[in-house]
Design a protein around this ligand. Structure first.
Ligand code: CA
Ligand code: ZN
Length: 327
């Protein structure tokens, strides 16, 4: 019995080493955009720093949301250069991608740095009316655990900022909208796919602002902010677009919506969710409205930026991604 166990152990070691070697070889061939290629505004005027074809894997190396400016818990918040916050690595030009198409970004894997930070800034966050001071806290973190002092929190590495260029003008990376941006959606993690409407040739994808963990709401204005690497697979759906960005994972489709108030954002997410339920289940408005009461979960992404972000989550038992590209 013991001997058989050892054989199993050796076999599994060999399998592990083989998978590591094949991963390393595959990684050598994967294009990588380093974190010096950083933008602070999504714009059609940004020059692409790399190109990829639909179906290709690309690694984005990213800085934290303050571009590495925080070096110690004693740093002064007032010394932060606010022109270098919320940067995104890129942009990547995706071949055969045009306005009217949908860019599909599959988050294949996220590797985070071994430390993160979180901060409070007086006048910011959901309890901005309270009197409190600015504070920076360093957190020991990896992709499994984020340590908050002696408390251990299960990590859920996620991409906070990800977007494509708008048709006209420029949008600061700290803002959010139909192009994506600083959406801070906790379910944009490894294994999920983001669907973004494309407005310019090549889409011009950029991403950054990794969090080792963030809860719905991002209450204090920041999450466990970190740097790292994101392995994505880009793809394109030709000639069709969702009204709003979508996230798909194994279980659900989430409609991502925005607004000046949480109510406004939730209303927009709900409208799209109900229309998709009507279409996919061949229901009247009343039917889909009732079904929505049973199967649509409204959740908050963040309520601490000038524009609020929410999502409507619907089980894939009741809607398919293609329905959102048709309504
Ligand atoms: Ca963010
Ligand atoms: Zn962040």
């Amino acid at each position: 019995m013991g001997q058989r166990f050892d054989v199993f152990k050796i076999c599994s070691h060999i399998r592990f080493i083989a998978s590591m070697v094949s991963r390393m070889c595959a990684k050598d061939m994967v294009k990588k955009i380093d974190s010096t290629k950083i933008i602070y505004k999504f714009s059609a005027a940004n020059k692409p720093v790399e190109e990829a074809s639909p179906g290709e894997l690309v690694i984005f190396e990213t800085l934290d949301c303050l571009s590495g400016q925080i070096k110690s818990e004693m740093d002064s918040i007032s010394a932060i250069d606010w022109s270098r916050v919320n940067g995104a690595t890129g942009p990547l030009y995706v071949r055969n991608t045009e306005p009217g198409d949908t860019l599909v970004v599959e988050i294949v894997d996220i590797n985070v740095d071994d430390k993160a930070f979180i901060l409070t800034v007086p006048g910011y966050g959901f309890l901005s009316d309270k009197k409190f001071s600015s504070k920076i806290k360093f957190l020991e973190a990896d992709k499994y655990v984020t340590k908050f002092g002696s408390l251990k929190i299960k990590s859920n590495p996620m991409v906070g900022t990800i977007g494509v260029a708008p048709a006209y003008g420029e949008i600061p990376c700290g803002d959010l909208g139909r192009h994506g941006g600083n959406m801070d959606v906790p379910i944009l993690n490894a294994g999920s796919k983001l669907y973004l409407p494309v407005s310019v040739k090549g889409a011009l994808l950029a991403l950054g602002d990794l969090h080792t963990i963030q809860a719905d709401g991002e209450l204090c204005v920041s999450a466990a902010e970190t740097s790292g690497e994101v392995l994505v697979r880009v793809d394109v759906i030709k000639g069709k677009q969702p009204r709003l960005p979508l996230i798909e994972n194994r279980d659900i489709v989430a409609v991502l919506a925005f607004g000046n108030t949480v109510d406004e954002a939730l209303h927009a997410a709900t409208e799209t969710a109900i229309e998709a339920l009507m279409f996919s289940n061949n229901l009247s408005f009343e039917g889909a409205y009732m079904l929505g009461s049973l199967v649509v979960n409204l959740r908050i992404n963040q309520l601490v930026d000038p524009k609020k972000g929410v999502r409507a989550e619907i089980s894939k038992d009741f809607v398919k991604i293609k329905d959102f590209l048709t309504i």
